[in-house]
Structure formats: C-alpha cells, structure tokens
Design a protein around this ligand. Sequence first.
Ligand code: GLA
Length: 723
Amino acid sequence: MGITDDGFLLHLYYGPKTGCDMDYSLTMYDRGFSGNPYDVGNDRTFSLDVLPMEYPGYGNGDYRSPAFSMRDSSGVQGADLRYRSHRFLPGKYGIDGMPAVYAAEDEARTLEIVLADETAGVQVTLKYGIIPSRDAVTRAAVIENISDSTITVDKALSASLDSLSGNWDIIHFDGRHGMERLPQRDAVRRGKISIGSRRGTSSHQHNPFIVLASEETGEDYGSCTGLMLAYSGNFKAEAERDQYGLTRTGIGFQDEMFDYPLAPGEKLETPEAIMIHSDEGLSDLSQKYHALISEHIVRGPWQHKRRPVLINNWEATYFDFTGDKIVSIAEQAAQLGVEMIVLDDGWFGARNTENAGLGDWTVNEEKLGGPLSSVVNRIKDLGMQFGLWIEPEMVNEDSDLYREHPDWAYTVPGKKPVRGRNQLVLDFSRDEVVDAIFEQISAVIASADISYIKMDMNRSIMDVFSRTDKVQHYGKTMHAYVKGVYRFIEMLRQRFPELLIEGCSGGGGRFDAGMLYYTPQIWCSDNTDAIDRIQIQRGTSFGYPIQTIGSHVSQVPNEQTGRIVDFATRGIVAQAGTFGYELDLNLISDEEKEEVKKQIADYKKYWPLIANGSYYRLHSPEKDTETASWCFAAEDKSEALMSAVTLDNHCNNPVSYVRCRGLDPAKMYHVEPVLGADTQPLELSGQALMTVGLPVPIIPGEYKAWQWHVTSKDTDNLNNKEN
Ligand code: GLA
C-alpha cells in the first residue's frame, strides 16, 4: 500500500513477492466525471474514483462499491478517511468476544493503520495480522465514533482488495438446505456479483468464503486469493469490475439493513477476514486454508486428536426412542467397535415432536426410564462415551420457558411471527437469556458423564425485536446475537474443557471459520446420501479441513434421497470426515457388520493421513461425470490414500483413470487395493500414478467404491531403474 501526500491510503498490490516497488503501476489520466479531491488543486488526473484503494470509503470521490460508509447525526452521508498513523506490534491481535486467528508471538506480526475524518467524527483502525509461514494475512477494522453525537455505520467490510489488472473469476459456495457449498464460478464482468446472508447465520445458501481466481486458474496452476470471513452471522461478499477494468473484491458485515448506531466514544469491531494467496492453483490454496484453520483457528484438546467413532440415533429413531432403545443401539455398536453414542433431539421437556419442548432443558426421565446418568452409566459400562444434542438458541411456543418468558423470543409486538420448524428464536443478544439457557444446559451436562455436545440451530431468523431496546437496530441486535452465541459456547468450553463440541445448523447452515474457533467440527449437511455428500464435501473442502467435516454412514434407501448405495461406498465417503454412523446397526446384515469393523479399523489406521496429509480433489464434477475421486497424500510424499466412487453407469462405459496427486514422480510406489473388486497390487512410479492414473474396473451396478493405499519403496528410486 502507499500513502499519498494528502494522506490517502492507496492499495498497490497483493500477491506473490514481486521484489520491486509497485507504485509504478499507478497511472494518472484526466477521467471525465471522476472527481478530484480538493487538496490536489487543479490536477484533474488524480481521482480516487479510478485508483486502487486499501479501505475504500464513500465520501472522497470514489463511487465504486465502498468498504465503509456512514452518516453523521444530521444524516450527512460519507467520510473522507485519511492516514493518521501506523504501528507494528509483535504477535497477532485478537478480537474481543469474537473468533480470530491466533498465533504465537514469534509466528505473527500485527500492523495497525489509523485513518480518520474528524469532520465526520470517525476514526477507523485497520488491523492486519501477518502470518508468513502460512502465506496468510488477516484483516479487521475498528470503527470509532470520535464525535460528540451518534453516527450511523451503513457499511463496514472487514477487507477490501483492489486488483488493478487481469481478468478474474469469483468462486463462491452456494446451495440450499441439504445441498450446501456447491462451488459456483462466475467471471467478474462490469457490474457487481454479490452474495451474502440475511438469515442471521452464515447460511446454507451462501458461505462466507470466496476465491478470486485468474481466469486460467485450475486445481494445480494459476493465481488465486481466498477471502474468508470468520463470522457466523449476516455477511456480504462482493466483486465488482469498474469502468477501467479494476476488480474490487470485499467481504464483511452484511450492509443491507445494517444501520449500526455508534454513540460518542463507542466502537464497532468488524469480524476477521482471512486472506490467503496461492500461485499454484486451488488445491494449494485449499491446503493452505486447511493448515491455517487446523493450526490457528481450531482450539482446545480436540484440535489434533482423532475424534471418537460415533453412532447418532437421529435417523435411526427420530423422536421415537426410550432409554432401553438407545442402550440397545449402543450395545450392538460397541460390539462392532463404535466408541461413542450421541443421543440426538427429543430427550428433554415435552419434546416428542418438532412442535414442543425447545427451551425446556430438563431431562425427560419418563422417556429415558430414569435420570440421564442412569442411561449414561449403562453406556459407559459398554465401554462407550456418551454425547448429547442441544439447540440452545431456540424455543417452542409450547414450552414452559416461552410461557414464562414470552419476551425472550424474537417477535414484533402486534405482528404474528414467522415460524421456522414451528419454533421461535431466543434473543441471544441479551445476556440474561444466554445465561439462563446456559444454566439449564450446563446443569444437565454436569449431571452425567457427557463427552460430546452437538449444538444445533434449526431456523433462519426473522422478527428481530429486542425488548431491552427502545429503538430497534436490526444490524446491532443481529451482531450482538452472534456474539451471544459465541459467548454461550465459550462458557461451555470453559466450564467443560474436555468436551468435544460439534456445531450444526440443520446440517451445514453455519459452517464457517467463526464456528470452527469454538467447535472443532461441524455436521456438514442433513443430507447423508453418500453420492450427494461427495459433492457437498468436495465443495466444503475448498475452504475447510477434512477433519472438521462431520460425516456419517446412514441407512438405505437414504432418508433424504431414497438412493441405495453400497455400504462400502457410504463408508469411504464418511471416512473423508469425522466418521460415524447414523443408523441402527442391529438392523444391518452380518456381512455389513463385518464391514463396519473393517471401516472403523481403516479409519483408525488412515487417520494420520486423513488428518495431516494434503487433501486433493481429483475429479471435476463437470468433466468427470462417471467417477468421483479424491486422495490424501503425506507431506513427505511417502504415501497416499486414493478413493474413487463410480457415479453414472452406462452401457459400454469408457474406463475412468484416477490420477493421484501429491506423490514424488521419481519414486516407485506399491499400490495396495484397500477396497473394490478386480483390483490387484501394483508397483508403479509416482509419475505413472499422477499422469496416467489407475484404471477403475468396469463392473455392473452403480455407486461402487475403490480405494488404494499407495506407499513409497524408498530404496527403489526411479533414478536407479532403466525404464
Ligand atoms: C437438525 C440436525 C439433525 C438433527 C435434527 C434434530 O436437522 O441437522 O442432524 O439433529 O436437527 O431435530
């Protein structure tokens, strides 16, 4: 970046090190209708409407999409932010009550740049966290009212990035409930692409992560930059190509309905944006995000530990269970090697349907046949751990909590609220509401030996009305809500430090780096169909590490799609995640029971590779429609685990070749089939495995699974071979 004589903070360049000053790239021409700051006198060639800006604001002649805009108390729009000071600090800054990348003091540096407009009454401190070993730069902005009357922040992005030259695509991850994070790639043309959420959560529909990729960028080549927001509420990400071809990209708070008032002296801190660049394509970019999130976002004792293989009763029983039923599911599961049972929705209050009970976090002892501890002790006697489902942010109108505290739910006086799954949302912007729910839930957790919590959130938010505020400010309340959710989970973490917490929002409706700061894994999707999951998990892998992706083997025909898929196929898809089961194992065949044992053994065996290896997407859904494939490769290129699933089966099919990645082309490898018919061990070079690949046998039937474990024969180096 550069500071002009008049204090404008320009953006010069972001990307691989160029080794030279980049201010040569700025050009000055007299551009009609692009105004000039007063300070530059009669120079009509200097305009902030055409120059690249570091944190563009509306009010100084830049008419492009701003990162920041505000109104003063009399309604005057705009601020003219100028450089005031800057400083470097050791280590990485944190954000109070919010998720943020953390790093050791010698791993990171912080840069703070202070901009201000005293007339508008605002000071903006730009924060940068620089983590050189991860190629990562984090960004956030602190906006402070330095006037003596209230100002209103209309828009506050966390990061803005101007790219002077080049043709760029934007890759975003969109979807719907049950089909989340499907990559969508659009060229950035004149005009603006904008995605985001107004649902109160980061949402199933769009993910707070975008990639700006040069148009030729693919999985293993090309320049790409990710902008990821560590935030779980309303957000916006946008990309605009201006009149002269500059591309402006940004991510931060959703500005629609934002309208955030700041009293004199009050500050607003934006969530953190995490920017990572790669010049080696999308796989490398994803691997850098995986490493950053695993090492600098995920916290706590579970950060690097293999998670217990679990069985969840939701799809096996829904609300229809008893304590004995849960124990019978656990008994069979324990015999096959499952390590934990998770009791899902329906164990509390009058929760026997979706329509009642949320908000009443007292154990339904009648249904369980005794206190929770009696069931948990029976589970423990089987040598298993016990987990429990909660949905703290919600309330049913048919609940004691709502009857007692109707004012705790978001409803607008005089208006019938919009229901979602027949439930209302509690006002988590209020501390007393969060504290009361926490007291209830923590008492239950303390009452038995509970190892795991699945924390759900099953509707989008509407009718936001916080009864403590005389005047309603939607943006402020929604931000306080998200901070309330973070505070709730942080309290759980502090009170029960060993607890493994899984995030969830109707599956993957809140799958973001903000949540991963509090919960080391997130249920990826309510869709457990293995074939759909291949797409969902592939899309999720662009930004998020595999060991954070909740994934289970469920029954067939699949509950969501009706599709019938082999047990083995369901197994290798779930293996690319936290791994578990979501069915009653009493109801499967003896052969399948043997498969469960093998799946669990394989998962444990390959866990180090799955958790620490580099993950590669090997197929493109658009081009490789017949076979899906992916692999995990060890960092030292000594081994890889390749997985493939045949998708469409046609008469007289061509042969699919699965090409591995992440191997040493010059090394010889032993290829051992782990799964799949008609495959034999082979001795092949890394070069052959990566350029030609392994042929997938053609056999009758759809959705078949193959897996190969590739290990290097270190002594057998290709250089010593003649062929
Ligand atoms: C959500 C979750 C499911 C299950 C149900 C229970 O939909 O994503 O896994 O827990 O709630 O009501």
